[in-house]
Design a protein around this ligand. Sequence first.
Ligand SMILES: NC(=O)c1ccc[n+]([C@@H]2O[C@H](COP(=O)([O-])OP(=O)(O)OC[C@H]3O[C@@H](n4cnc5c(N)ncnc54)[C@H](OP(=O)(O)O)[C@@H]3O)[C@@H](O)[C@H]2O)c1
Length: 331
Amino acid sequence: MVSTLCYIILPVVFIIGLLRKCREYSWGKCRNVKNLNGRIFIVTGANSGIGKETAKELAKRKATVIMACRNVQNVRKAIAEIRTEVTSGELIPMELDLASLKSIREFATQVLHEFSEIHVLINNAGVYVPLKEQAFTENGFEVHFGVNHLGHFLLTYLLLERLKASAPSRVVIVTSKLLESGTIDFSNLNGEKGLATEGRMNPSYCNSKLANAYFGFELAKRMKGTGVCVYMVCPGFTYTGLFRHVKRSWLHYIIFSPIALLYLRTANQGAQTVVHCATNFSASIENGKIYRDCKLYEPKMKLDPEVAVKLWDVSAKLTEISDFDTAGLAS
Ligand SMILES: NC(=O)c1ccc[n+]([C@@H]2O[C@H](COP(=O)([O-])OP(=O)(O)OC[C@H]3O[C@@H](n4cnc5c(N)ncnc54)[C@H](OP(=O)(O)O)[C@@H]3O)[C@@H](O)[C@H]2O)c1
């Protein structure tokens, strides 16, 4: 018994621990500890997972963070939890439901009224819902397309003038490497023709993450010369509540646990590239690009500039952006 422990179990645990440490090293860490006092950040979906850890990291650096969440009680609870570890910075709870165009407009109006400057907008919130649940937003959009892409599109659009006036400023868009499995089919953006419900990955989620990348790509182009930079981030495979709607068997968890031990980041590790792109104002990070592991990431496919323009126009139409909203926007 003792010899089994010494010769088999301990070496296996040691090797797994060592491999995990090597992986953690390769994930990178935001080294920027600059004082962010006076800088105003908005983080959507900041009550849990990567968003909450991002807000915590920014508060550590003394920033003012507007935590934009759909449930104010949950965000207050998150703030209380952060405050047990971090006492610096300012954490402001505000209500924002990205599944409702009305809520997005109300949030933007309130922010523009209360804050004369916005330095960094972090579009982090996201949903992953099994397709068989056929979930839709308040305005009838397929939930991934509606929340992950359209909601953030409208929010960013409404705050752009203030971001420009606060330059140097930036927009950080949390996407995913899964964008590489996505497609933008303009005849099926909302799942009108149906979406494949079989298979391992949720195609609608992947499509929404590709839409995030196209939005960032086009936004960076339109913001050239304004002092507003745009970064897209893949946080890596992270242990959060994102997949809470997906039902898995206990067998799946047993098979999956060694992989999780090696590949799954903590929420704080997942937040590192987001914080890196949100706080690193040096010229070393390239505008309009995707980042992962705190460094530049080249996706397997090229983004088509024509698709980016078309998606922008379609999104503006679907979110009912008017001439009044667009006043002064560079094209
Ligand atoms: N976890 C990963 O492995 C992974 C990998 C790649 C990319 N990402 C991306 O990382 C981002 C953060 O996700 P996470 O992993 O931290 O998951 P999470 O813990 O589930 O956080 C998602 C956040 O989004 C919020 N949210 C969902 N629907 C919303 C709505 N309609 N309006 C406003 N907020 C809404 C959630 O609020 P509630 O708490 O109220 O639901 C929650 O605060 C997402 O964009 C996700 O796509 C995650």
